[in-house]
Design a protein around this ligand. Structure first.
Ligand code: URA
Length: 248
């Protein structure tokens, strides 16, 4: 983080309004820095060291937010879209002004764990193909998933575009019947994140995923208390488990 920044930029980042709204707040004498009322909204301030008060209340500055979302179906993993609702539309303004983005993508019809942050370095750590961050999905698959699928996934399967997947761990929770009239319930852990990967891995063994939900990403576990569409900030323990890059 830069040590000194314009006061209006800091306050905009913390959700006190647009630059011109903040200018008005300052003109109205509502903003103090280190005990003195400020007249210039362009004043250079160090948010980590200087004490900023707005209407007598101290502004506790922070640069990054880390939010866990239980993504529902029907919203897309993007920050904006002209037609579709995005995961960012599910957040309140108190988080949106930090300009978070989803770390990776879940399909429109996939539910579950999605991390939203404005920390680009963390996103890179979690998404870089070289890091092999494991992700576990719960899926319901038409018909009978069996030990041959476990073996195939453990070796890696060939997707429709010829890509050979890395070894993946399949756990069968409940086996459906062969006539496809029942569902198999499974968990699959993959170490990469190709487009539609879980669905395409099952297609590679001739089966169809009918429901998909992500339950883990690296050290993060979906909080089962979060309803679909629900969100919360990560706890200290969750943050401590993440590969956060120390910032100045
Ligand atoms: N694999 C898929 O097929 N879809 C997702 O949303 C995530 C992983």
């Amino acid at each position: 983080m830069k040590t000194k920044q314009r006061l209006d930029k800091i306050l905009a980042h913390m959700g006190f309004g647009t630059r011109s709204e903040i200018k008005r707040l300052v003109k109205a004498g509502e903003v103090e820095v280190n005990g003195s009322t400020v007249k210039d909204s362009g004043l250079q301030v160090n948010p980590a060291a200087d004490t900023i008060l707005v209407a007598g209340e101290q502004v506790v500055y922070r640069e990054y937010i880390y939010v866990m979302l239980n993504k529902p179906q029907g919203v897309i993993s993007a920050t904006e879209d002209t037609r579709e609702r995005t995961v960012i539309d599910l957040l309140p303004e108190e988080y949106r002004h930090f300009e978070p983005f989803p770390v990776g993508r879940l399909d429109k019809d996939t539910e579950g764990l999605l991390l939203l942050t404005n920390d680009g370095q963390l996103a890179h750590q979690l998404l870089s193909p070289r890091k092999h961050v494991p992700k576990t999905y719960y899926a319901e698959v038409a018909g009978r998933v069996d030990s041959r699928d476990e073996e195939a996934f453990a070796k890696g399967v060939t997707l429709d575009d010829g890509y050979e997947t890395m070894p993946a761990k399949l756990v069968i929770l409940k086996q459906g019947d062969p006539e496809q009239s029942q569902l198999s319930r499974i968990e699959l852990t993959i170490q990469e994140g190709k487009f539609h990967q879980v669905k395409r891995m099952f297609e590679a063994v001739g089966k169809k995923v009918v429901y998909l939900k992500r339950i883990t990403m690296g050290p993060l576990l979906l909080d089962e208390h979060l309803p679909l569409g629900g969100y919360r900030e990560l706890t200290e323990a969750e943050l401590a488990a993440l590969p956060l890059v120390k910032k100045e």
